[in-house]
Design a protein around this ligand. Structure first.
Ligand code: CMC
Length: 436
């Protein structure tokens, strides 16, 4: 039994009905420390009480000062700044600086940061031959995951994670090189030559150049498209303890280098329930094909045959503020590219779903992925590339969270408990006897 905390109202009194014993467990920041439950036991030689929480639906895995979300109110803030203000008035590299360093840069700090990122966009030539080795139809997320992981072999010093300067250098390299790797994954699938970075261009304009440049001297993207893509990167830059960030933290907790940790994050993001949802939305809209098919599609969702991709969120139960900003960005992009005919189906689907009891009862609203795929398609990206865009945007967030983890004295190697449900103490019979 623990002593009652100083302010005993900030505690939880638990009575174990198996033993009749009572325990006072301190409450800090709205949580109890799971370790405190360990003292609740029926006998000294049996394990103490633990919690069972698949998917971490009600378990805090860390203390973090990076991103704040209030899912009920639809609030998202990076280091305290509302996402709406950052999307409107900042740019992706400034937001990356903010996430990683914790405060906005001075003019000199911003210039130095942009310079550093710009001059680390090139990758070793061997990365190019490595990427050329993928099959012609390799999924770009698979290529990205493998090539980010491979960077750890080009920068073996990255394992020196306790050195702050070294950490900074690897974070700069990763933010700088991600668009190069992402663009080259795209070019590989198209059978087109890889385009080297153009350091005269800004971060997002350079990315578009590496994606689309052919024989022209200089690729000049429409500034409205550059701005829209930059906003999309900002919207994806961090989202507290989502699946891929948790993967980065979990792998990073073994004190491996950050390239290996981020490669794990790219893998987690690839899945259709996470970043892969934008690709799935586009495929779903194409399959629906026309507005008349929406009611039967919705019936299928309600019958549990499939999910309405791009709807629902573990945290947002009212609206996803990123989806609201993206809807507006759609208009800006379509002004340049012409309207995507799938937009009409998406809008009608949203309208019908939002009025339907099934979705209302479960608090299912459009998430960031519902409209982002439509914008990416307007850029003429094939659906396989959508999650790559998400990964480029999410990189500063992964790194900010990784850097916070490395400096957090509370953190230990991630190692959840399990409830064992298998057999025990069987007697092994060698194969030669079993197969007689
Ligand atoms: N379509 C139909 N039903 C749904 C959906 C959906 N998109 N999402 C949740 N539900 C239902 C679910 O079947 C369950 O119903 P019931 O209570 O009858 O069993 C209920 O709503 C609660 O859902 P859940 O699966 O327990 O919720 P979760 O918090 O575990 O999952 C989610 C969240 C995002 C994985 C889920 O909503 C989903 O699969 N959505 C579709 C995929 C998607 O759009 N993912 C992108 C998320 S946003 C970008 C990102 O952060 O990666």
């Amino acid at each position: 039994m623990t002593d009652a905390p100083a302010n005993s109202t900030d505690s939880l009194t638990v009575r174990d009905n198996r033993t009749g014993q009572e325990y006072d467990i301190p409450i800090t920041d709205g949580t109890i420390n799971a370790k405190d439950l360990g003292q609740i036991r029926t006998s000294d030689d049996l394990p103490g009480l633990a919690t069972y929480d698949p998917g971490f639906v009600n378990t805090a895995s860390c203390r973090s000062a990076v991103t704040y979300i209030d899912g009920d109110k639809g609030i998202l803030e990076y280091r305290g700044y509302p996402i709406e203000q950052l999307a409107e008035s900042s740019n992706f590299l400034e937001v990356a600086y903010l996430l990683i360093n914790g405060s906005l840069p001075s003019r000199a700090e911003y210039d130095a940061w942009v310079h550093e990122i710009t001059y680390h966009t090139f990758v070793h030539e061997n990365v190019k031959s490595f990427m050329e080795g993928f099959r012609y139809d390799a999924h770009p997320m698979g290529m990205l995951m493998a090539s980010v992981g491979a960077l750890s072999t080009f920068y073996p010093d990255a394992r020196n994670i306790s050195d702050a300067d070294n950490r900074h250098m690897q974070m700069v390299r990763m933010i700088a090189k991600m668009p190069t790797l992402g663009a080259w994954s795209f070019r590989h699938a198209q059978g087109k030559p890889f385009i080297y970075p153009d350091n005269d261009l800004g971060y997002t304009a350079n990315f578009l150049s590496m994606l689309f440049k052919m024989s022209e001297q200089k690729f000049e993207a429409d500034p409205r498209l550059v701005k829209a893509l930059d906003v999309l990167f900002i919207l994806h830059a961090d989202h507290e303890q989502n699946c891929s960030t948790n993967a980065v933290r979990s792998v990073g907790s073994s004190q491996v280098d950050p390239y290996s940790a981020v490669a794990a994050g790219v893998g987690a993001l690839y899945g259709p329930l996470h970043g892969g949802a934008n690709e799935a939305v586009l495929r779903m809209l194409r399959r629906i094909g026309k507005k008349e098919n929406i009611p039967s599609f919705i019936e299928g969702v309600k019958a549990g045959n499939e999910k309405l991709m791009g709807f629902g969120h573990r945290v947002y139960k009212n609206f996803d503020p990123r989806a609201t900003i993206i809807k507006k960005a759609c208009d800006d992009v379509f002004e340049v590219t012409g309207v995507n005919p799938l937009l009409e189906i998406a809008k009608e689907l949203e309208k019908i779903a939002l009025e339907d009891e099934y979705f209302i009862k479960r608090k299912l609203y459009p998430n960031v992925d519902f409209y982002s795929g439509l914008i990416y398609e307007a850029f003429q990206f094939p659906p396989e590339m959508f999650t790559v865009m998400f990964a480029i945007g999410r990189t500063p967030g992964w790194l900010a969270q990784w850097s916070e983890l490395i400096q957090d004295k509370d953190q230990k190697i991630a190692r959840p408990k399990q409830i064992y449900t298998g057999d025990r103490e069987l007697t092994f019979t060698p194969a030669a006897q079993r197969w007689r």
